[in-house]
Design a protein around this ligand. Structure first.
Ligand code: KG4
Ligand code: ZN
Length: 367
């Protein structure tokens, strides 16, 4: 819904996030004239421990945990910001994409606050939160290229402006974080798998096992990780009495294949972005999502940025992973444009950032 441009000098927005396994609330204030964005509060409860024994996020458990924690977190975010609800200018919430049970919990809470205090309601696309985070953390404005690598998404996006996104590439099957998690599960390394695989890889020989580099050398910048995952499984099954060194060598080989694949795909994405934005001087690559914590990946990204003459920007890791500050920030930007939603807005399991991007049949919400 588009309404008249909101003329307030500064806008303070409460943001709520519950699309996966983090319950989060935050308050962000933007002052458009000064060009500033301040995070007044930002609280997150991670459900990792609840899901660890299952080796992945269990949607029903996630939804129940969101119900248990959301009220306390919203209250805490308001106390930390030193504000009362009637001092807010709007309430923003992740409306998708994500697990519907969790999304509904956040949306019901946001709608209740919006209704009780007669505040504008903004249903935010979670991916837009990740895409615009560098505006909040580094004051960076589009256009820039985004690599989003999380447990749920693996995409290369041309961020052309607020509300203007072109998906240049996406996974056609598994997300990258998911591939790390499945590799860790297969090797009994626990959950979440990414940090465990990275740790094991430190003492491994990346050359011992040669894993495939999926789609390397192909046109475009889509990703595929399911073949790599299968190759890891087959290799593990071939080894009898697999010991710690074998596990480390597999992890190092897997990580090396991942990084080489990302460098190849991103190289193509960077060329596509550079052609599209030939007028932009210093091209910028922003990385978001939990997998951005991986040091081997970061080193690979630095190398490809150097080769392609891009500047690499990585927001602080706590704002690369799921949080509500990014949702509050997008909510404030949209409110400033008068772009708000009705209270009957539904949660959306699938909500592509790029409206024109074709769906990927085997990737579901991950694309
Ligand atoms: O963005 P995020 O916190 O949550 C969502 O997926 O929405 O990302 C979590 C993902 C998990 O798959 C986790 O295994 C992965 O990020 N991850 C890592 C590392 N730290 C977290 N993957 C590789 N290396 C890491 N150090
Ligand atoms: Zn996310």
């Amino acid at each position: 819904m588009e309404v008249a441009i909101f003329m307030a000098k500064c806008l303070t927005v409460l943001g709520i996030e519950s699309s996966c396994d983090e319950t989060a609330a935050a308050v962000v204030k933007i002052c458009q004239e000064e060009g500033t964005a301040i995070t007044l509060s930002n609280v997150v409860h991670s459900q990792t421990a609840d899901h660890a024994i299952y080796g992945g996020v269990v949607p029903e458990l996630a939804a129940r945990a969101h119900i248990s924690h959301i009220d306390g977190l919203i209250k805490q975010a308001m106390i930390d910001a030193g504000l009362k609800y009637n001092q807010l200018d709007g309430v923003a919430v992740t409306a998708g994409p994500g697990l519907v049970g969790g999304l509904l919990v956040g949306m019901m809470s946001a709608k209740a606050i919006a209704m009780a205090y007669d505040l504008p309601f903004i249903g935010v696309n979670h991916l837009e939160g990740h895409a615009l985070t560098p505006g909040l953390t580094q004051g960076l404005q589009p256009p820039y290229l985004l690599l989003l690598v999380s447990g749920g998404h693996t995409q290369i996006v041309s961020v052309d402006g607020v509300g203007q996104y072109e998906r240049l590439g996406t996974t056609i099957d598994d997300a990258l974080g998911e591939a790390f998690d499945k590799t860790a599960k297969l090797l009994s390394l626990g959950y979440p798998g990414g940090p465990a695989v990275e740790k094991a890889a430190q003492s491994g020989d990346e050359k011992r096992f040669k894993f495939p580099r999926p789609l390397r050398g192909k046109d475009g910048c889509n990703f595929s990780f399911s073949g790599l995952k299968t190759a890891v499984r087959q290799q593990a099954q071939k080894l009898e009495n697999i010991d710690d060194q074998d596990v480390s060598d597999i992890c190092a080989g897997f990580q090396c294949a991942v990084v080489e694949t990302i460098k190849d795909r991103l190289g193509n994405g960077m060329e596509m972005f550079a052609q599209k934005h030939s007028d932009v001087g210093q091209k910028i690559l922003v990385v978001a999502g939990g997998v951005a914590a991986n040091k081997h990946l970061r080193a690979g990204l630095e190398k490809v940025c150097e080769d392609k003459n891009y500047q690499l920007i990585v927001p602080p890791i706590e704002l690369c992973t799921d949080n509500a500050a990014m949702i509050a920030y997008v909510g404030a930007l949209r409110l400033a444009r008068g772009d708000v939603d009705e209270l009957d807005m539904s949660a959306r399991a699938r909500w592509p950032l790029d409206r024109h991007g074709a769906p990927m049949p085997f990737a579901g919400v991950k694309a």
